[in-house]
Design a protein. Structure first.
Length: 328
C-alpha cells in the first residue's frame, strides 16, 4: 500500500471514530470494532452489537465503535481505539487476529478481546465457540423436519471455522437419519463471501431444486438471501448466530444461536468490574454459548417430539455421551 493510501485509510478511520459512539469524558470507555458485513447484518456482527447495547443500557456508559469496510482498516481501528484511551477493545471476527496481535503488544496496559480467534498475549482474552455442537442440534432438527431426505448447507467464506459449522450439521442430520443426503456449498474464498445475499439465494435455490427442503445458512449477511429463497420456494431455512426466526416466521425452522452478544457484554462488564481475565474461553452447549432458538415465530414448526429429542441430545452433549466432531 502506498504512503498516500495508508494516510487516506488512517484519516477515514479517525473521522469515523470521531462520530461513532463518542464516549465523552466518562471514566470508563469500552470499544468495539465490527468486521465486514456491518453491525446490522442480522447475524454475527449484530449479535456483537446487541451485547454492546445491553452493556450501554444497563450501565448508561457509551462505547466507541467502528465498522470495518476494508481489510486495511482493521489494525488502524484497533490502534486508534487503544490510543484514545479505551480500557477494553473488542475485535469481532477471526480476521482481526493479526492486527490485534500487533496492537496489543504496542499497548500492553490496554485490555483486548477477540471473537473467533486466539491471540496468545497476557492482555488479550480469546473467545471461541463450539459451533459444531450447536450445528449438530439444528442438523437434527433439519433431518426431523425434512420430508425428502435431503437437506442443505450454505456457508460463507470457505475457512475451517465454517467447515466446523458444516461438519456438525452433517453429523446431526445423520444422527437422526443415517441415509439423509446433505448438500454443501460455500459462497467464496474472500471476505466478500459474508455480504452477498444474491449469491446466497442462488446457492439455496440450487439446493432446493436438487430436492433439499431445509437449508442451513452460516454465511453472515449472505445468509439473508438463503432465508429469502426458502420463503420464496415455500421451503424451510435455518438461521445462524443471532436468532433470525422473526425474519420470515413460518419458514425459518430454527436458528443456531451463537452467544457473541454475551461474550461482548461480559468482556465490557468484567473489565469495568475489575474481574476481567486474559486467556482462552471456549463456549459450547454446556457453557450456554451455542444452542437453537425456539420462540413464537417457529413454535408451529418444532413438534413436541422434535423438542424432546433435541433436549435429550443437548443433555447427552453436555454429559459427553454424544461427542460432536470438531473440524480441524
Amino acid at each position: 500500500m502506498s504512503q498516500a493510501s495508508k494516510l487516506a485509510v488512517t484519516v477515514l478511520v479517525l473521522v469515523a471514530l470521531s462520530v461513532a459512539g463518542g464516549a465523552g469524558a466518562q471514566e470508563f470507555t469500552p470499544a468495539i470494532v465490527f468486521d465486514m458485513g456491518g453491525k446490522f447484518d442480522k447475524s454475527f456482527n449484530e449479535a456483537a452489537y446487541a451485547g454492546a447495547e445491553r452493556f450501554k443500557k444497563e450501565t448508561q456508559i457509551a462505547y466507541r465503535e467502528f465498522e470495518v469496510t476494508s481489510e486495511a482498516q482493521r489494525e488502524q481501528a484497533l490502534r486508534t481505539m487503544a490510543r484514545r484511551g479505551a480500557q477494553i477493545v473488542v475485535g469481532i471476527g477471526f480476521s482481526q487476529a493479526s492486527g490485534m496481535e500487533k496492537v496489543a503488544k504496542e499497548f500492553p496496559s490496554t485490555k483486548f478481546a477477540i471473537i473467533d480467534a486466539v491471540v496468545d498475549l497476557p492482555n488479550v482474552q480469546s473467545i471461541v465457540f463450539k459451533e459444531h455442537e450447536g450445528s449438530f442440534l439444528v442438523g437434527m432438527a433439519a433431518a426431523m423436519a425434512s420430508k425428502t431426505g435431503k437437506v442443505g448447507f450454505v456457508g460463507g467464506m470457505d475457512i475451517p471455522l465454517i467447515r466446523k459449522f458444516a461438519l456438525g450439521y452433517d453429523e446431526g442430520a445423520k444422527y437422526v437419519n443415517p441415509k439423509i443426503e446433505v448438500f454443501q456449498n460455500m459462497t467464496g474464498t474472500t471476505p466478500a463471501a459474508w455480504n452477498d445475499p444474491t449469491r446466497g439465494g442462488e446457492l439455496a435455490r440450487s439446493q432446493f431444486d436438487r430436492g433439499a427442503d431445509v437449508v442451513y445458512a452460516a454465511a453472515g449477511a449472505t445468509g439473508l438471501g438463503v432465508l429469502q429463497a426458502a420463503k420464496d420456494k415455500g421451503r424451510l431455512a435455518i438461521g445462524v448466530d443471532s436468532n433470525q426466526n422473526y425474519l420470515h416466521p413460518g419458514t425459518i425452522l430454527t436458528s443456531m444461536v451463537k452467544r457473541v452478544d454475551l461474550a461482548v457484554y461480559e468482556a465490557f462488564k468484567t473489565t469495568k468490574d475489575g474481574t476481567w481475565k486474559s486467556g482462552l474461553r471456549n463456549l459450547g452447549v454446556a457453557e450456554g454459548g451455542v444452542g437453537y432458538a425456539l420462540d413464537q415465530h417457529n413454535r408451529g414448526l418444532i413438534t413436541a417430539e422434535m423438542e424432546r429429542r433435541l433436549a435429550q441430545a443437548r443433555a447427552d452433549i453436555v454429559a459427553g455421551k454424544i461427542k460432536v466432531t470438531e473440524y480441524k
